[in-house]
Design a protein around this ligand. Sequence first.
Ligand SMILES: [Zn+2]
Length: 387
Amino acid sequence: MKYVVLVPDGCADEPVAVLGGRTPLEAAHLPHLQALAARSEVGRAAVIPDGLPPGSDVGNLAILGYDPDVFHTGRAPIEAAAMGVDLAPGEVAYRCNLVTIDEAGTMVDFAAGHLTSEQSHPIIAALDAELGGGRDGVRFYPGVEYRHLLVVPGAWAEAECVPPHDLTGRPAVWPTGPASTRLRTLMDASRAVVSRVAAEVDSTATQIWLWGQGTRPQLPDFANRYGVTGRLTSAVDLVRGLGVLAGIEVLDVPGASAGFDNDYVAQRMACIDSLADRDFFLLHVEATDEAGHQQNAAAKVEALEAWDRDIIGPLLDALPAFGDFRILLMPDHATPVELGTHTSDSVPYLLHDSASTVTGLPYTETATRDCPAVAAHTLLGRMVASA
Ligand SMILES: [Zn+2]
C-alpha cells in the first residue's frame, strides 16, 4: 500500500466577489481532483485547535497525525529544526525578525524591506558577536532574508509576543509576561548594532523583533508511530522542520519554491520516484497560501489548476502501478483572499482508498459546509490503518 498526503497550503477560502461569489476551489477547473473526490470520503477537518494560532506549524502538525494540543510548543523550534539548529533540553528558540520601526515606534515593516540574506547575515553576525556568542546562553543564528533565530535559556520562555506582521502600520506592542524585561532589553540593545551594520549594507532594518518561541517539540518518530517510512517535499521551513523532527526524510527538489513559480511537475516526479522504495510521501505547495496573502484570487485559481494538471492527474495515472494506494488531501488552514490572512475555520478534506467504492461530495467549501468537523490529526492514522 502506498500513502500520499497532498497539502495545498491555505487553499480553503470563502466566497470571493471577483470570482462571482464562488470560492477559488469552486471557480477553478479541477477535473482530476473532482473526479477523485467523487470516489473518496470528503468532509470537514478542524486543523487548528481552539487557542492555537492558525499557522502552518499547527496545521501541518495535525496533517502529519500529531495532535497540536499535545505536541505544539511554538513555531521557532520547528524552524530551528529546518535550519539544522539542535535545541538542547531546556533551551528556547525565538524567531528573530529584522524589522523596521520608526522613531514614533510604529512597525513600518515586519520584514525590513525584504532585505536579502547577503544584507542580513552581516547584521546577525554582528548581533551574535556583540550581544550573543553564547554569553548567558544567548546565540543568534542567521536564516533567510529577514527571518532569523535566537536561542536562549529556558528562563526566557515565558512571554506573550505579538507577531510583527500583525503590527504593520501600528504602534509596536512589546512583549509582556515574566521574561518580557529580558526580551525588551535585548531588543532595545539590538538597535545600535542593527542600525550601524544596516547602514553599511544599505538596509532599512532598525532592530530585531522576537516572537514565536518554544522548546524543542517531542514528536514521536513517524515511522514508529505509523509503521510507514517516507519522504516529503516542501519549500517552506515549517513543513521541512516538522519532517526533521518527525524523522521523515526531507527532499531538496530543484524548482520547488514558495512562490507562483513553483515547479509542480518536479515535485510530483520526486513523489513518484520516492514511492519506488518508500511507502509514504507528503507533497506540500505554498503558492495557494501566498495567493491568499496577496489577495490575488486569479493566482489562487491558477495555483489550484496547476495542482490538478501537474500533480493530481499524472499522479493518479502513475499510482496504480504500485498497487493499492490511499490519498489524503487537505490544506493546513484557510487563507481567504478577501482577508489576506489565515483563519482557524475547518477545511475540506479528501480521503481516498483505491480499493473503496465510496462516493463523495465535491471537494469544495460549500459542498462540505454542513459536514461535522473531525479532528484533523486523526485522519493520518485512519489513512495508514489496515483496511
Ligand atoms: Zn500563510
